[in-house]
Design a protein around this ligand. Structure first.
Ligand code: HSE
Length: 404
């Protein structure tokens, strides 16, 4: 029997207990591991829940119990999750987590610590919720050179954008509705400003390209500036708007960014709606592959965590090798990256000739909105776009266009 302790009986923690209890026999049959939840750490008591007999309030009970082989950290946040994880690994216990903030900040150190102690530190649920993406990147795709990852990695923003598009609503109204329904956090800043997607693309890029990508280096824009007028133009162009987390590698050069993009109907990411996530990966031999599924939610996320528990249980005593090099991957400045830009302008389309003197050939998009029009530029670098945009008055907004 392999004893497991779960840190935190919140949404994901209670989901992990549910998955391991419900699927105990099938896990035993398929994977040959007999899992037992021995403790659940939480500050609260749950008198009406059978879990109460396993609840402990003191982490010392868990870390000092030699019978506990695996610790599931689903507390979220950096502290005390970091200290608890470190102590568990130093005691030779394997740890798995859904905590993207901790993995993005301290994943390099914690994986190293796991290795030194012949234990594992796994984090499948930190990116894409229930979608298997970490394991494919560190096992199935190791023979490939991955040169691009593009993900819809945040369910909250994808839900908000989908609602804005389907119902023509404004950002603030959808956000309020999403908060009331419990889809968006009370403090939604990390989601809507793109920070959550930024941490996830940093983790995926570190794994795919082999060196530590610092999330603080990733250029990040959120969706707070997207309006219902942008949606009108997007529809006119047969496109939708998605918050994309993107990274690519050419030789030693890696770039990464998070920003809203116009995505065309032909793009497989177009149809990823609501709280669903998708991760598109390109490898030099593989070509294109896309991973799709529920990016958040109790059971889906818990299923990914429980998959890590099973793998760790099978590898007790040796540990799962799962790591990128600790050296920092210096990122290429996004200003050199090229794409077309969609621009909204005050005025009327008669100004096309003057605008083309600045931007080169443009395609004017009329969406019937009073006192404004839109246009799409040809492909140019971010730096070149910024330089040209500074020469004209009346720009209302800009959205990048994904080419696929
Ligand atoms: N807040 C995250 C999201 C939860 O909306 O995708 C899953 O990481």
């Amino acid at each position: 029997m392999v004893n497991v302790a779960v840190l935190g009986y919140g949404t994901v923690g209670s989901g992990v207990v549910k998955v391991i209890d419900t699927n105990h026999d099938s896990i035993l049959e398929k994977a040959g591991v007999d899992l037992n939840i021995k403790y659940v750490l939480d500050l609260r008591d749950f008198p009406d829940d059978p879990i109460q007999e396993k609840i402990v309030h003191d982490y010392e009970v868990i870390v000092n119990d030699p019978e506990v082989s695996i610790v599931v950290e689903v507390m979220g946040g950096v502290e005390p999750a970091y200290t608890f994880t470190k102590r568990a690994l130093m005691a030779g216990k394997s740890v798995c987590t859904s905590n993207k903030e901790l993995v993005a900040r301290c994943g390099t150190e914690l994986q190293q610590l796991a290795k030194e102690n012949h234990a594992s530190y796994l984090f499948e649920a930190s990116c894409g919720g229930g979608i298997p993406i970490i394991r494919p990147l560190r096992t199935s795709l190791t023979a490939d050179v991955i040169d691009e990852i593009t993900g819809i990695l945040n369910g909250t923003t994808n839900y908000i954008l989908t609602k804005m598009i389907e119902e023509g609503l404004e950002f603030d109204d959808v956000l309020k509705d999403a908060q009331q329904k419990g889809y968006a956090e009370r403090n939604p800043e990390a989601d809507v400003e793109g920070h959550d997607a930024c941490r996830k693309i940093a983790i995926l890029s570190s794994l795919a390209y082999g060196k530590r990508v610092d999330f603080t280096d990733v250029y990040t824009e959120g969706i707070t500036k997207i309006t219902s007028s942008d949606i009108v133009y997007a529809k006119k162009m047969n496109k939708t708007i998605k918050l994309l987390a993107y990274s690519s590698r050419q030789g030693d050069q890696v770039m990464a960014m998070v920003a809203p993009y116009l995505v065309s109907k032909e793009d497989p990411l177009y149809a990823v709606n609501g709280v669903f996530n998708a991760i598109f990966v390109h490898g030099n031999m593989l070509g294109d592959a896309m991973f799709y599924g529920q990016g958040a939610g109790k059971e889906a996320t818990a299923s990914a965590v429980a998959g890590d528990v099973v793998e760790e249980a099978q590898m007790l005593g040796t540990g799962v090798v799962s790591s990128w090099k600790p050296e920092k991957q210096v990122l290429t400045d996004v200003s050199s990256t090229e794409k077309p830009f969609f621009v909204r302008m005050k005025g009327d389309a008669l100004e096309k000739e003057n605008l083309e003197k600045v931007f080169g050939p443009i395609k004017v998009i009329g969406a019937g909105l009073e006192g404004e029009f839109g246009f799409v530029t040809e492909k140019m670098s971010e730096a070149s776009y910024q330089e040209r945009a500074a020469k004209v008055d009346g720009i209302i907004g800009m959205i990048r266009v994904r080419e696929k």
